[in-house]
Ligand binder design. Structure first.
Ligand code: AMP
Length: 509
């Protein structure tokens, strides 16, 4: 099974329906997209053999979806690269993936060239706005490749916050399982479109598949990135809008001054994930957007598919006053088995905290060219996520933190998220991130990095009081540091490693 079948089907079933759009303008129907894809595939196969890799170093553009499907049509694997990486990191990915061809948007072509030189990569770089790319679109179309479902469709490089990034092998079957599960566990099919405001090299790109499967248009904001004002403008044009967003994007959208005049009814569903969303932010988002939030928890190794929470689940949790449910990551998605395991991977009872394990159709067969990391991550038939959490008796998973972010102070485990949730209740606190700092007496001590709302200032005594009122004394931060903003990745994840570096650079006197 090759994912290209969905595009071929759409071209037959709805040839004149909108397939790709840039902002408000439709740029291709399904029939047009399918023809361009078959020609691009012809051009690719004239240069590359089945199974080879094609790097995509592009900001969001409708061509992203075309190149992805062209790779699949041609029996190749796409290697989407985070556009904001350092050339050295890109060089590593080009070298490690062995990509034979690099597609770049004009803004990234120079960075791609620097990275390719660094990697000694002979792969040609094609600017998707250039004449060479236009020539590819005139190539002879080819029949689609008879790929097996187990063949690699996408080589997904993890963010690599510790050490080198690892390439999770994502197969056609995994994406099919992810997409099927989307309709059951995240949001049922409905006519509309997906707006790709989050990076297409990551979650938004993965969600091309379920939205293309249901024949919905792929809309890419003209800016090629997340700009709340642009999203609000697009809501004035499109209907049944779905999006994938990191929690920080949801927050920025909801707090944008123009949201009060937005046509919120045009929004169907924002599926958020990739990082925790705090209860206070969820409630604020529901207050502004209504019940239009869904959530997914996954990772490159099991893309978008471990647990999930539908709009209906959010509605029930709000109705029943279940903040614990709002703070959870939902329930196991239908195509996956998820459990919290002990050191031997035995299932822990409800309420007990351990590493989250997953197995099933969406789980990767391994990391590309990295047998050691594969063996370490896929032990006993389970994917070891490196995330720590607990299931409740009703099957809702509460994620604590990445295991490496858990703070051990005086022998007790402290989950930063629990402390963050409390500090966020302070009116002046806009964002917060809690990390452990080395401490001679306690092993580690709790430090909170706090970003205040415009002009506001949270007093340390008030923050302390909030903590003393809600959580055990030993979990209270021993130190507060105020920042203008938190360091974040392109995918909206707070970079705790950067915060730890800040601490190392200026320890307590
Ligand atoms: P990535 O492989 O870059 O998608 O990162 C996956 C990691 O992001 C997971 O292992 C979690 O630590 C985190 N993550 C993903 N989804 C969620 C979620 N819904 N809530 C909290 N953390 C999440």
């Amino acid at each position: 099974m090759n994912l290209i079948h969905h595009l071929l089907r759409n071209a037959r079933v709805d040839p004149h329906g909108p397939a790709l759009a840039s902002g408000r303008a439709v740029v291709a129907t399904w029939a047009q997209m399918q023809k361009r894809v078959a020609r691009l595939a012809g051009a690719l196969r004239a240069r590359l053999a089945i199974g080879e890799r094609v790097a995509l170093l592009m900001k969001n553009t409708p061509v992203y979806a075309e190149l992805m499907y062209a790779c699949w049509h041609a029996g190749l694997a796409a290697v989407p690269v985070n556009a904001k990486l350092h050339p050295k990191e890109i060089a590593y990915i080009l070298d490690h993936s062995g990509a034979k061809l690099i597609f770049a948007t004009p803004d990234l072509a120079e960075g791609a060239a620097t990275a390719a030189r660094e990697a000694n990569s002979p792969a040609p770089i094609l600017d998707i706005t250039g004449a060479d790319f236009a020539a590819l679109l005139r190539a002879e179309p080819i029949p689609y490749a008879e790929t097996a479902a187990s063949d690699m469709a996408w080589l997904f490089y993890t963010s690599g916050t510790t050490g080198r990034p690892k390439g999770a092998i994502i197969t056609h079957r995994m994406l099919l399982a992810m997409a099927t599960s989307y309709f059951v566990d995240i949001d049922p099919p409905a006519p509309g479109c997906i707006v790709h405001a989050a990076p297409m090299s990551h979650g938004s790109g993965i969600y091309i598949v379920p939205h293309l499967m249901q024949g919905n248009c792929q809309v890419v904001p003209e800016s090629g990135q997340f700009d709340p004002a642009e999203i609000i403008d697009l809501l004035g044009h499109w209907r049944g809008v779905s999006m994938f967003a990191a929690p920080t994007m949801v927050k920025r959208l909801v707090e944008h001054p123009a949201i009060s005049g937005a046509r919120v009814e045009a929004l169907r569903c924002i599926a958020y994930g990739g990082a925790p969303m705090y209860v206070a932010d969820i409630k604020a988002a529901i207050g502004v957007l209504g019940f239009r939030l869904a959530q997914l928890y996954g990772q490159g190794e099991s893309p978008m598919t471990i647990t999930g929470m539908t709009r209906a689940m959010f509605e029930a949790a709000m109705r029943e006053g279940r903040d614990d449910r709002l703070a959870s990551a939902g329930v196991a998605q239908s195509v996956v088995e998820a459990r919290v395991g002990d050191a031997e991977d035995r299932e822990l009872p409800a309420g007990e905290v351990g590493e989250i394990l997953a197995r099933g159709e969406p789980v990767m067969p391994g990391y590309w060219r990295n047998p050691e990391a594969t063996a370490q991550t896929l032990r006993n038939g389970w994917l070891h996520t490196g995330d720590v959490g607990s299931f409740d008796a009703d099957g809702y998973l509460t994620l604590r933190d990445r295991s490496k972010d858990v703070i051990i102070s005086g022998g007790s485990n402290i989950y930063p998220r629990e402390v963050e949730e409390v500090l966020l209740r302070h009116d002046s606190v806009h964002e917060v991130s809690v990390v452990g700092a080395p401490d001679a007496e306690w092993g580690e001590r709790v430090v909170a990095f706090v970003v205040c709302r415009n002009g506001a200032k949270a007093k340390q005594e008030e923050l302390d009081r909030l903590c003393l009122d809600s959580i055990a004394r030993f979990k209270r931060p021993k130190e507060y540091r105020f920042l203008d903003q938190l360091p974040k990745s392109n995918y909206g994840k707070v970079l705790k490693t950067e915060l730890r570096k800040l601490l190392a650079a200026s320890p307590l006197p």
